[in-house]
Design a protein around this ligand. Structure first.
Ligand SMILES: *Cc1c(COP(=O)(O)O)cnc(C)c1O
Length: 327
């Protein structure tokens, strides 16, 4: 499948030496938070495919949705501005939010912003975006609606193909990663890696650390998205993918999406000081906290294996909660 070239690829992989030593483990990190600055994070790999589809269809306006501090919305808005397209975002929020972090960047890069409540978002976000698209069409725009997280059959190609990048890096370094761990919020990143692992028979464990919802929910979502993506992979026509290989760990959701517990913030502080590595509070902080706990408590991760953690970004979402840290 054709794509745009937007992300700085390949992203580097290195070992987190001090964290590994502390846990008597081998933890490597892949810096997908360094795919760009405006473009930073995992969403850009998906948008390379999704926005290519939008351009192929002659669209000149990107519409998408997310939480107030959505990295996906900010990435979409920045891609739109970079390509000279208009953008509009539907943001979930209870009242008029302070202009900070990703939301500040959305405004800075000229997105139209529409707000909705938690409830409207949960049950009607796709209808609301379609309604927005209808209104823009009346104004003469040609809109393209991107679902939450760009987690659809096209967006999934971003991480399906990221697996090839990882396999090349394994060859170059001589290190084989037995286990890949990634934070899971809308499921597309996980689905891409899982699909690649199935079709390319790479035999890894692909673990999704849920940051909302639960294991059953994401197992269905990941399987559905991965199955849908088979349509775009004619070379794998008729291939079977094994749902029982899906591994979602929902033990580290904590108190809910985008809500932080003190121990999670302490962990973000710890890794920042130990490794010069800044994790975000919504996704990677929770996911790496999960890895840390699973290793420390003799949980479900093996010390003998080479674990590759994908840093999926989210830095801008850390600044709006700086006041929550204690020093
Ligand atoms: C969106 C996001 C994720 C989760 O990816 P999904 O494909 O939505 O599951 C993880 N980390 C960060 C920083 C994100 O913005």
């Amino acid at each position: 499948m054709d794509k745009l070239t937007l992300a700085n690829l390949p992203t580097k992989i290195y070992k987190l030496g001090r964290l590994s030593r502390e846990l008597d483990a081998n933890i490597y990190i892949k810096r997908d938070d360094q795919t760009g600055s405006e473009f930073s994070g995992n969403k850009i790999r998906k948008l390379e495919y999704v926005v290519k589809d939008a351009l192929d269809k002659g669209c000149n306006l990107l519409i998408t949705c997310g939480g107030i501090q959505s990295n996906h919305c900010r990435a979409t808005v920045s891609v739109a501005a970079y390509l000279g397209l208009k953008s509009a975002v539907l943001l979930r929020i209870s009242d008029n939010p302070p202009v900070r972090g990703n939301y500040f960047l959305d405004k800075l890069m000229g997105a139209d912003v529409k707000f909705c409540t938690q409830d409207e978002y949960r049950h009607h976000r796709n209808e609301i975006m379609e309604e927005m698209a209808r209104e823009y069409r009346q104004q003469g725009y040609k809109p393209y609606v991107i679902p939450e997280g760009a987690s659809n059959a096209i967006g999934v190609m971003g991480y399906y193909n990221c697996m090839d990048e990882i396999l090349r890096q394994e060859k170059e370094t001589g290190i084989t990663f037995d286990t890949i761990v990634v934070a899971t919020g809308s499921g597309g990143t996980y689905a891409g890696l899982y699909l690649a692992n199935e079709l390319k028979k790479t035999g890894k464990r692909i673990i999704g650390m849920a940051v909302c919802d639960n294991t059953e929910y994401f197992t269905e979502i990941a399987y559905d998205i991965a199955t849908g993506a088979l349509e775009y992979l004619p070379e794998h026509a008729g291939a079977r993918i094994d749902k029982t290989h899906i591994e979602i760990n929902d033990k580290y959701v904590g108190i809910g999406y985008a809500l932080s517990r003190p121990e999670e913030l302490e962990f973000i502080k710890k890794t920042a000081r130990l490794e010069g590595l800044v994790l975000d509070p919504v996704y990677t902080g929770k996911a790496m906290y999960g890895v840390f706990n699973e290793l420390q408590k003799g949980g479900n991760l093996s010390h003998r294996n080479n674990i590759l953690f994908i840093h999926t970004g989210g830095l801008y979402g850390l600044f709006p909660i700086s006041e929550s840290f204690t020093w």
